[in-house]
Design a protein. Structure first.
Length: 256
């Protein structure tokens, strides 16, 4: 395992500046976030012209991509053009030498059978490119219920999870509900989170995230990929984000 930094930590800066910032914090690996409507690369751009996106990344510092996170936003997955864009993202990921592509889940309450069918097609396409498709665990998505996330992984060949423990804090789920997910984890997003309604992101050490327990569970499951620092760049943050990113990096490195 190793510490990596998501470009979501510096999403309010231009991509080139965000990558320099990550390098200055002494990360050598980063997760590239491609978010529709975001300030960096967008799925509509990468999906239509992956070569130009690759050239843009080559202008940045010599960091190693650890994973690709893609948020397409609301799209019609039955549209052949959208499926082609996903295939191009797989080509893009392969060119970056990353193994894991993370997507956002269907909304909470969505039809489970329909989501399984959608993911079967996407996971098969990813595997044809030598990649692993992972779904983000998110409180507003169908994977916000650990039992549903587990059922998806068992129903879709090759599907993994990008575990975000913050989305299980403050809800009705216990550690024992989340533990069965660890064998399917292919990436993990980390920050600190409190139980209060406005405490999704708090200073490191002031929340409920048990980093040592998480790392131990990952180790038992044979996980050997990134521990991705993902402190989101939000205007309501009441802390110095750069300081907290550095603190979490140092904390995680003591656990490795």
């Amino acid at each position: 395992m190793f510490a990596a930094c998501s470009t979501l930590c510096f999403s309010d800066e231009p991509l080139e500046s965000a990558l320099r910032h990550i390098a200055e914090l002494e990360f050598d690996k980063f997760e590239l976030a491609v978010v529709e409507g975001g300030g960096h690369l967008q799925p509509s751009e990468v999906g239509d012209d992956p070569e130009s996106a690759l050239l843009r990344l080559k202008r940045g510092p010599a960091l190693i991509p650890s994973a690709l996170y893609v948020d397409f936003g609301p799209v019609d997955w039955n549209d052949p053009a959208q499926k082609k864009r996903f295939d191009n993202h797989c080509r893009f990921a392969k060119a970056l030498n990353v193994a894991v592509v993370t997507l956002t889940p269907a909304p909470a309450g969505a039809d489970l059978d329909a989501e399984i069918q959608r993911l079967k097609g996407l996971s098969a396409a990813a595997m044809r490119s030598g990649l692993v498709l992972a779904m983000l665990t998110h409180k507003d998505g169908i994977t916000g219920d650990p039992a549903v996330a587990l059922q998806l992984c068992k129903s879709v060949p090759g599907l993994g999870l990008t575990l975000d423990p913050s989305h299980f804090v403050g809800g009705s789920y216990k550690d024992s509900d989340v533990d069965p997910l660890y064998p399917f984890v292919q990436n993990i997003h980390l920050r600190d989170t409190g139980k209060g309604p406005n405490e999704f992101q708090v200073r490191i050490g002031q929340g409920q995230i048990e980093y040592a327990r998480i790392v131990n569970q990952l180790r038992r499951a044979g996980y050997n990929r990134a521990l991705t620092v993902t402190i989101l760049d939000r205007p309501e943050n009441d802390f110095d984000r750069e300081v907290e990113v550095r603190k979490l990096k140092l904390l995680l490195e003591t656990l490795l």
